[in-house]
Design a binder for this molecule. Structure first.
Ligand code: NDP
Length: 294
C-alpha cells in the first residue's frame, strides 16, 4: 500500500489534502495529514477520512507533500522529520518557496535517498477546492512521472526545469500579479480623483488592452466591494515578490519594475498588515492619493 502524507492544512493545503484523500480512497492508498495546530488535522480526518499523523509517522510515507508559508517552515519540519525519512520516498513541496532553499533541501534529501520536487501551485483557494490547480514543477522528470498520479489537486502540471525552477516561475508569476494589481490600483486612484466612475472605467479597461486578472476579477470582486476577503495573505504576496528580487540578483539580471513593486508590497504589508488579503495592498495607494477605489 502506498502511503501519502500532506503537511500544512492552511487555506490551500486543507482543500488540496481533501483531493488527496479522495484519490487515496479510490486507489487503495493511505492518506496521512499533519498540521502544526493539531485540531485542524483532526477536523480534516473527521470530514475527509484522512489519518492524523505525527511528524515521525508522516516521514515514513512514500510521498510527502508540504504546503507551508515559506521555505523556512519547510526547513523546520524537514529537520524534525529527517531521522525518520525512508530511502526511495519523494518530497513534493507545494509551498511557494525559495529556489536557493530548493537546491539545498534537494541536496540534503538526496543524501538520504529521498527525491525533492519543488511543486508550487497557482489557482488560489477556489482552484484548490475545485482540484484544478496549476502545478509548476522543478526537479527530476522521472520522479515527477512517478508522483504525477498523486497530484490529485491539479488541473495542469508543467515541468519547468531542474530543482528550483518551479519556485522561480511561481515567484515571477506572483511578481506579475503584484505589478498588475498595483499598477491598476494606481490608475484607478488617479481616475477616481479625476471624478471618473470606476465601475465604468473598469468596464472599458476590461474590454481593452489594459485588462488583467486584477482588473477583471480581483479589483471588481474584492476592492470595489470593500470586501477584501482574506484568501491569499498580503504577507505571502510580498514574500513572493521578494523571492523574484532575490532571483533577479542571483542571475545578475535587471528587473527594476519588479523590484519597485516588491518594495511597495513590503511597505503595504507593514502599513496594512500581513494577514490582510493581498488586494488590501491597494489601501496604501488609497492613502497615497486620499482617494478610495470604489
Ligand atoms: P495559510 O496561512 O492559510 O496556511 C499556512 C499553513 O502553514 C497552516 O497549515 C499553518 O499551520 C502552517 N504553518 C505556519 N507556520 C508553521 C510552522 N512554523 N511550522 C509548521 N507549520 C506552519 O497559507 P496558504 O495556505 O494560503 O499558503 C500556503 C502556501 O501556498 C504559501 O507558500 C503561499 O504563498 C502559497 N499559495 C497560496 C495561495 C492562496 O491563494 N492562499 C495560492 C497559491 C499559493 P497552523 O494551522 O498551525 O497555523
Amino acid at each position: 500500500m502506498t502511503t501519502l502524507a500532506f503537511l500544512g492544512l492552511g487555506a490551500m493545503g486543507d482543500p488540496m489534502a481533501a483531493h488527496l484523500a479522495t484519490h487515496a480512497r479510490a486507489h487503495g492508498h493511505r492518506a496521512l495529514v499533519w498540521n502544526r495546530t493539531a485540531a485542524k488535522a483532526g477536523a480534516h480526518a473527521d470530514t475527509h477520512g484522512t489519518h492524523p499523523a505525527t511528524l515521525a509517522e508522516a516521514a515514513a510515507a512514500d510521498v510527502i507533500f508540504t504546503c507551508l508559508p515559506t521555505s523556512a517552515e519547510v526547513d523546520e519540519v524537514m529537520n524534525q522529520m529527517r531521522p525518520h525519512l525512508r530511502p526511495g520516498a519523494t518530497w513534493v513541496d507545494c509551498t511557494s518557496g525559495h529556489p536557493d532553499a530548493a537546491t539545498r533541501q534537494a541536496a540534503e534529501l538526496t543524501a538520504q535517498g529521498v527525491t525533492f520536487l519543488d511543486a508550487p501551485v497557482s489557482g488560489g483557494t477556489v482552484g484548490a477546492q475545485q482540484g484544478r490547480l496549476t502545478v509548476m514543477v522543478g526537479g527530476d522528470t522521472a520522479a515527477l512521472d512517478a508522483a504525477r498520479p498523486h497530484l490529485a489537486f491539479a488541473g495542469k502540471v508543467v515541468h519547468v526545469g531542474g530543482t528550483g525552477a518551479g519556485f522561480a516561475v511561481k515567484a515571477v508569476n506572483n511578481a506579475l500579479l503584484g505589478v498588475t494589481l498595483w499598477a491598476t490600483g494606481e490608475g484607478l486612484a488617479v481616475l477616481g480623483r479625476a471624478g471618473v466612475n470606476l465601475g465604468a472605467a473598469l468596464d472599458v479597461i476590461n474590454a481593452s488592452s489594459g485588462r488583467s486578472n486584477a482588473s477583471e476579477n480581483l479589483i471588481p470582486q474584492r476592492v470595489l466591494t470593500r470586501e477584501f476577503p482574506a484568501t491569499f495573505a498580503l504577507g505571502l504576496l510580498a514574500k513572493d515578490a521578494g523571492i523574484a528580487v532575490d532571483l533577479t540578483q542571483g542571475v545578475q539580471g535587471s528587473a527594476p519594475v519588479i523590484a519597485q513593486v516588491a518594495a511597495l508590497l513590503r511597505a503595504a504589508r507593514h502599513v496594512v498588515g500581513p494577514a490582510e488579503d493581498h488586494t488590501a495592498a491597494l489601501k496604501l495607494i488609497e492613502a497615497m492619493n486620499a482617494q478610495e477605489i470604489r
